[in-house]
Design a protein around this ligand. Structure first.
Ligand code: OAD
Ligand code: ZN
Length: 248
């Protein structure tokens, strides 16, 4: 671990009134949820276009739902790790705090974060393909695949954003507001290759914000951001709140 950079990052976070956080699958890795692109990642086993696209779902909803059902079985067993909990501490201590996540696992909420934008949706929500009704469903494993809408009985789909789909404008707007408002942005555990999340660090940099990346490996943003910390988010993030005094 690079202690000099860690100290600089701690100081930036300590002095910030407003934080914007962007997380990806890496923050949940220490909770036992596989990432997408690392060794053993989900996209090493399947091609994303065979699962995470509207075309894949139209072609074989049974197959897509079976994959999501397995993911739900993994995720329901998972508990938030020290990285998630550190973000709850930071939310409680800072005047302004917005957590933007690409994760659909719901672990930030389970940890206790409140101000959250789930930009890729949530695996525990069903969305009816016919009437559009959205509701929570925690049944694991699913008794019926594909599941039927609780309201009209037609087929549901996971309420997540697939490749080729548009992220709801309200979520994008909220991200822009959070980045605009922040003093410091933390980018945690994301490979930075999927838009629009991939460009959010650059957006923050261009409007003069300090950007700190926390990742096991280098990403396309490393070298461009103010500070890049290499290591596990579950080990690095607790260092931040330990040094952050209560906001009052
Ligand atoms: P990726 O799997 O692309 O990247 C995970 C990142 O986390 C990598 O850069 C790892 O180096 C890093 N990482 C792994 N373990 C870590 C740890 N313990 N601490 C810190 N970093 C760690 O996942 P995402 O960037 O989240 O979208 O992927 C973005 C989107 O692509 C996902 O939301 C999903 C996927 O396809 C959709 O399905 C639409
Ligand atoms: Zn319906």
């Amino acid at each position: 671990m690079d202690n000099e950079n860690l100290d600089k990052a701690i100081e930036l976070v300590e002095n910030a009134n407003n934080l914007a956080i962007l997380t990806g699958a890496g923050i949940s890795a220490e909770s036992g949820i596989p990432t997408f692109r690392d060794e053993g990642g989900l996209w090493k086993e399947h091609r994303p276009e065979d699962i995470a696209t509207p075309e894949a779902f139209a072609k074989d909803p049974q197959f897509v739902w079976e994959w999501y059902d397995l993911r739900r079985q993994t995720i329901i067993e998972a508990e938030p790790n020290p990285g998630h909990f550190a973000l709850v501490e930071l939310e409680n201590k800072k005047e302004g705090f917005t957590l933007i996540t690409q994760n659909i696992d719901g672990l930030h909420k389970k940890a206790g974060n409140k101000s959250m934008i789930e930009m890729h949706g949530n695996i525990w929500q069903m969305r009816c393909t016919k009437c559009g009704h959205i509701y929570h469903d925690y049944e694991v494993p699913l008794k019926q695949i594909p599941p039927s809408c609780e309201k009209c009985g037609e087929m549901t789909r996971p309420n997540v954003v697939w490749f080729g789909e548009i992220i709801p404008m309200s979520a994008i707007d909220a991200c822009v507001v959070a980045i605009d408002k922040c003093d410091v942005m933390l980018i945690i555990g994301t490979s930075g290759v999927v838009e629009p999340a991939a460009s959010m660090g650059l957006m923050a940099m261009r409007s003069g914000k300090k950007v700190i990346e926390i990742n096991l490996d280098a990403t396309p943003g490393t070298g461009m951001y103010d500070i890049s910390l290499r290591g596990k988010s579950g080990e690095i993030l607790p260092e931040f709140y330990k040094h952050t005094t209560e906001y009052n």
